[in-house]
Design a protein around this ligand. Structure first.
Ligand code: HPA
Length: 286
């Protein structure tokens, strides 16, 4: 591929995301200030959005559509506690075969819609044995072991700079707000380091032991690409993981996807309670 082609590709990405954002704006006058990406089993939170305009991903120009059961694909623009939000009910993953450009596309669109803060949520395996199944954990940092980077390829300066900082990718201030809110609601929000793998196979016990040695507390197959893209665009991040299962080898039992989905549903009340109270505080924090 010639450098010239590459430049065209970056421009195309911007043009395509702009087109998607324009289509979304044509359906609602609301201007979302905050984005929320709902992970596996956590999609029901979307029902909490008031004044909702729900847009199937398949109707948004260039938007990738998930192939995984349990990941419904809709963008919901509406309000939570009076705050205009853009909620992604479902996401696409690299393990489905999507390119980095496709995986990063929805986050680009959220950025172009004008969000300043993004809450990324996911189902994760618990590497740290301090966590129990069903624990909600805030992400303090990540290790990207997926072998790819969402900002790979020619840089589009209208999105952000070529090289960008990741030292406080997960905002300490937003994390603190989340911990305070959880405490107010009567439970302790732990924090931990999320290691991202490509998937779709779950890990081997040897891999989990290695990841623990590397300093990881949680393992999953999403999130880091969205966080990289959001940081590229200067968006602040709060990351929340639901420990749907203990990681491979921690317990003497296999991991299955149905269980992952079921735990998400079981903690839905706690998760919803936290997010509903947190969103107005997060959006209004200066
Ligand atoms: N590993 C990777 N991804 C996951 C897991 C896991 O154990 N649980 C939920 N998502």
């Amino acid at each position: 591929m010639t450098p010239n082609n590459k430049t065209t590709e970056a421009g195309d990405h911007f043009t395509q995301a702009t087109k998607a954002a324009k289509y979304i704006r044509s359906l609602t006058p609301l201007q979302p200030r905050l984005g929320l990406i709902l992970g596996s089993g956590l999609g029901d939170f979307a029902d909490r959005v008031d004044n909702a305009t729900a847009i199937p991903y398949s109707e948004i120009p260039n938007f990738p559509v998930s192939t995984v059961a349990g990941h419904s694909g809709r963008l919901i623009i509406g309000t939570i506690g009076g705050i205009p939000v853009a909620v992604m009910q479902g996401r696409v993953h690299a393990y489905e075969g999507y390119s980095m450009a496709q995986v990063s596309f929805p986050t680009r669109v959220l950025g172009l819609l004008g969000i300043k803060r993004l809450i990324v949520t996911n189902a994760a395996g618990g590497i740290n044995t301090r966590y129990g199944q069903g624990a909600i954990v805030t992400i303090s940092d990540h290790i990207n072991l997926t072998g790819a980077n969402a900002a790979l390829g020619p840089n589009e300066t209208r999105f952000g700079p070529r090289f960008f900082d990741m030292t406080q990718a997960y905002s300490p201030a937003l994390r603190l707000l989340a911990k305070e809110e959880a405490a107010k609601q009567g439970w302790k929000l732990d924090e931990g380091i999320y290691i991202a793998v490509l998937g779709p196979s779950y890990e081997t016990p040897a891999e989990i032991r290695a990841f623990r040695t590397l300093g990881a507390d949680l393992v999953g197959m999403s999130t880091v690409h969205e966080v990289i893209i959001a940081r590229h665009m200067g968006i602040e991040i709060l990351g929340l993981s639901v420990v749907t299962n203990m990681a491979a080898g921690v317990l003497d039992q296999p991991i299955n996807h149905e269980e992952v989905m079921e735990i998400g549903r079981r903690i839905a009340g706690q998760f919803t309670g936290l997010l509903t109270a947190l969103i107005p505080k997060l959006a209004n924090k200066t």
